[in-house]
Design a protein around this ligand. Structure first.
Ligand SMILES: Nc1ncnc2c1ncn2[C@@H]1O[C@H](COP(=O)(O)OP(=O)(O)OP(=O)(O)O)[C@@H](O)[C@H]1O
Length: 225
């Protein structure tokens, strides 16, 4: 599809996440240059691109962590920076989440969950098990391996059962079994109707998981699938 046609399709789509004509520069370096994407409800939408191509910047803008210079971002019909400042209706992994290193994984989830005034230990135990962590383990997060921290990050992203997940390289640090487990988990979440925006460097993730794929390069996004 030619670029002009792609943009028109995106503008007409009823995407649950839509980015229209997004531009973002840092000083004189343009990172996003008229970026357009649309992710429909129940889809896993992949974004690929080289190191430094702007995937994280795009995700941060979608979540409201940084402002675009131009363009608009719509999530569930609400415009970021106009109707809402921060996206609170999505489970998010962007960069390394900060956990309390002296507390167990389960305690960390409990703290984060309680911030939302929620209490449900059984639900959190199930989430821990779902990501392959032992909810009864007293091991402090500071002593977790990289893969265990990543599993905990996925647990915190999914624990509130949000309809949208924004996952920036969620497979980082996972071994083959972990990757396989998380792929199955994401496919299950998709079956439940969740929408997942996924940045990855792994083409197998793209081929196995994604309904739609965008590549970002030189600030420009191209739809590959
Ligand atoms: N706050 C900032 N100030 C200045 N430059 C920034 C800032 N945030 C990101 N950048 C620059 O924007 C560009 C895109 O960075 P980004 O983190 O989005 O890349 P990425 O595609 O996620 O890369 P990777 O695959 O390595 O994770 C990089 O050149 C980066 O240095």
């Amino acid at each position: 599809m030619k670029e002009g046609q792609t943009i028109q399709v995106i503008e007409n789509e009823n995407g649950i996440i839509k980015v229209l004509h997004a531009r973002k520069s840092f000083k004189d370096v343009r990172v996003l240059n008229d970026v357009n994407i649309s992710c429909n409800k129940g889809e896993i939408c992949g974004i690929i691109g080289r190191n430094g191509s702007g995937k994280t910047v795009l995700f941060k803008a979608i979540c409201g962590f940084l402002k675009l210079d131009e363009g608009s971002i719509w999530v569930e019909g609400k415009e970021m920076q106009k109707d809402i400042d921060m996206l609170t209706t999505a489970g998010i992994i962007i960069e390394e989440p900060s956990f309390l290193s002296t507390r167990s994984g389960m305690k960390n989830l409990e703290f984060l969950y309680m911030i939302q005034n929620k209490k449900n230990r059984e639900h959190l135990c199930n989430i821990m098990k779902l990501v392959g962590l032992n909810p009864s383990s007293k091991k402090r997060v500071g002593n977790y391996s990289m893969g265990m921290k990543q599993r905990l990050a996925i647990a915190q992203a999914i624990m509130e059962e949000q309809q949208i997940l924004i996952l920036d390289e969620p497979m980082n640090g996972l071994d083959n079994e972990g990757v396989e487990d998380m792929r199955n988990l994401f496919l299950d979440l998709k079956k439940q109707g969740k929408t997942i925006l996924l940045a990855t460097h792994n083409m197998d993730d793209i081929n196995l998981l994604c309904d739609k794929v965008y590549e970002i390069d030189g600030g420009i996004v191209r739809q590959l699938k």
